[in-house]
Design a protein around this ligand. Structure first.
Ligand code: NDP
Length: 481
């Protein structure tokens, strides 16, 4: 059993002000795998005070020096990557090979992209030739509160803590209490990399406790949150009292438009993408919209792919999918599957209950519903499990209408052999991102949505910009040095 009750505050591991144990449950075994503490107001206040005290010196540290220190986090990662992947695997159920190849690697991927983008930031620049004495300076916003979820835990920490520190902000991270182990290792990486005391702080806790203490704290200038739309709304309201900047990366209900001229790998690629991470991705292509002429064929293919996906323990090697994170998510997903059946969608494969041969572990059968009608619950709401809805469409216009008729707007997908159509649809789909024909986002691009998927732009130069304020200056003389 891992015992990690302390918080990382002001460059040291410190005991909680008031002990409040919390058991982290391994979703494969349903047994506790770690004990952490849930912080209270005194812990949050101590972490914010440390971040506030460290801010002036860190903000004044030359950007190149900040980049040099942040880059050293990667050396720590390299030395401990296996242990890091094991922490993710045990806490949230990602199979170990996937945790190593896809989850853990988010840290070096985002950090190296941010370090490159960081070189593009112009800390002070002339406004333009029309205003020779006007300048624009970029300055770190201050102390930032980072609230992260359990589904891609390192990904979210890297997308927030790395650019915050590069920008010159100091931060307090509250990771999800469901997946705190990788976050505590990240704090160790920061410590061993020589990040100065107070620049990065970590307090474990729950949403109602440390989460809301951060969102209402007068000394926190900004909250960056990833999680449910429900929590995003609560955080926005709580942050309004102190007029914080709020950056939200929320849920999704991605539409995947598959046309008759799509390549032969399109269905398989899409189903695998949906089921990856046991469907626990906000950008999962969870609604497959298929051109009617190939619809029945597509359902058959999708079912064959889903049935070929193995489900298994997180600690076993292989390309299977693992359990979902916890009992309440498992129950929530079961509730959606039942709703799909009750509302008359055709259960094409998978369904209720544990997969055969399992009597414990939060496993969900890869499930496909066909003949889903726009407006059904499983078409509208984010399920966050390996459950895909298939819907036929008649033409491009019909497909765009169904795709856009959702409160969400994170990632939509297009599969077609007609590049002119793909280009046209990329502009018609209402989402922060559009991914076409399986081409993943390039290095330096951002991640973020529109509508109820939030308005974050995490990654690349945009992701650093989120942590900066622009200052307009007049009467500035660039020749004076
Ligand atoms: P939540 O969005 O509720 O929680 C995410 C994080 O925010 C947790 O650390 C949580 O703490 C914290 N939090 C929750 N409410 C508040 C608040 N009012 N103030 C401050 N912090 C808060 O995710 P859940 O784990 O409850 O998952 C529920 C659903 O959310 C999923 O089924 C999925 O649909 C969606 N989700 C979306 C994610 C995404 O990537 N966009 C990621 C995770 C979930 P605590 O756990 O104590 O509530």
């Amino acid at each position: 059993m891992i015992i990690k009750r302390d918080f990382y505050i002001n460059g040291a591991w410190v005991a909680p002000a008031n002990a409040r144990d919390y058991q982290v449950i391994n979703p494969t075994t349903e047994e506790p795998c770690a004990i952490i503490s849930l912080g209270d107001k005194a812990d949050t206040d101590a972490a914010v005070a440390a971040a506030k005290a460290a801010f002036p010196a860190w903000a004044a540290t030359p950007p190149k020096e900040r980049a040099r220190i942040v880059a050293r986090i990667l050396e720590q990662y390299e030395a401990r990557v296996q242990e890091f992947a094991e922490a993710i695997s045990v806490e949230m159920g990602a199979p170990i090979d996937f945790a190593l190849s896809d989850q853990a690697t988010c840290l070096p991927w985002h950090t190296s992209n941010f370090l490159k983008a960081f070189e593009e930031i112009e800390w002070i620049r002339p406004l333009g030739p029309q205003a020779p004495t006007s300048a624009v300076a970029m300055e770190p916003i201050g102390v930032v509160g980072l609230i992260t979820p359990w589904n891609w835990p390192v990904n979210q920490i890297a997308l927030k803590a790395i650019p915050a520190m590069l920008a010159g902000c100091t931060c307090v991270l509250k990771p999800s209490e469901e997946a705190p182990l990788d976050a505590m290792m990240f704090a160790e990486f920061c410590h061993d990399a020589g990040v100065p005391a107070g620049v990065f702080n970590l307090v474990n806790g729950d949403g109602v406790g440390v989460g809301s203490q951060l969102t209402t704290h007068a000394d926190v200038a900004m909250i960056s949150f990833t999680g449910s739309t429900r929590a995003g709304i609560a955080i926005s309201k709580a942050s309004a009292e102190t007029l914080k900047r709020v950056v939200l990366e929320l849920g999704g209900k991605g539409a995947n438009l598959v046309f008759a001229d799509a390549d032969d790998k399109a269905i398989e690629r899409s189903v695998r993408r949906m089921m990856e991470n046991s469907g626990q991705s906000c950008n999962a292509p969870s609604r497959m919209l298929v051109e009617r002429s190939i619809y029945e064929q597509a359902v058959e293919k999708a079912v064959a792919v889903a049935e070929s996906i193995k489900v298994g323990p997180a600690h076993e090697h292989g390309d299977h999918i693992g359990p979902v994170v916890n009992k309440s998510q498992w129950e929530k997903i079961q509730g959606y599957i039942q709703k799909g059946i009750d509302e008359g969608a055709r259960l094409a494969c998978g369904g209720l209950g544990l997969p055969e041969t399992f009597n414990r572990g939060f496993y969900v059968k890869p499930t496909i519903f066909a003949d889903v009608k726009p407006g059904m619950t499983i078409e509208k709401e984010e399920i966050f499990g390996p459950v895909m809805a298939m819907i036929p469409f008649d033409n491009e216009e019909d497909a765009v209408r169904i795709a856009n008729d959702t409160p969400y707007g994170l990632t939509n997908y297009v599969q077609t052999g007609d590049q002119a159509r793909a280009n046209r649809l990329a502009l018609k789909l209402k989402s922060g991102m559009v991914e076409m024909n399986g081409k993943s986002r390039g290095a330096g691009s951002f991640f973020g949505g529109v509508k109820q998927s939030g308005r974050a732009r995490e990654g690349g130069v945009w992701g650093i910009d989120e942590f900066l304020e622009s200052k307009g200056i007049s009467g500035y003389d660039f020749s004076a040095g």
